[in-house]
Write a protein that binds this ligand. Sequence first.
Ligand SMILES: [Zn+2]
Ligand SMILES: [Zn+2]
Length: 106
Amino acid sequence: MARPTSWQVLGTELVVVWDDGHESYYPLEALRRACPCAGCSGEPDLFGRMAYGPEQRYVASSFQLVNITPIGNYALQPNWADGHTYGIWTFDRLRANCPCEECRPS
Ligand SMILES: [Zn+2]
Ligand SMILES: [Zn+2]
């Protein structure tokens, strides 16, 4: 499994460098819209119910990153400027969402 060795916001993108040398450029807006938390993605909660949160209302700060917190050695947790910090991106999930042509042949 590839792991991020560094990450930084450049303009409107999050740049992640992986330990296998790959670089991923995630548009911040797309990253936020793909937030994997239960409230955003509608995944079932512990009791099997679909946990739809309140309808997402995005504002300008929804697509700005304050920082990213590493979770253990398996995930990154973006801290969005509108206070949304619930999305935990496992390394696998983050890498699977790499938007580059190499990772997503059209
Ligand atoms: Zn979310
Ligand atoms: Zn890629």
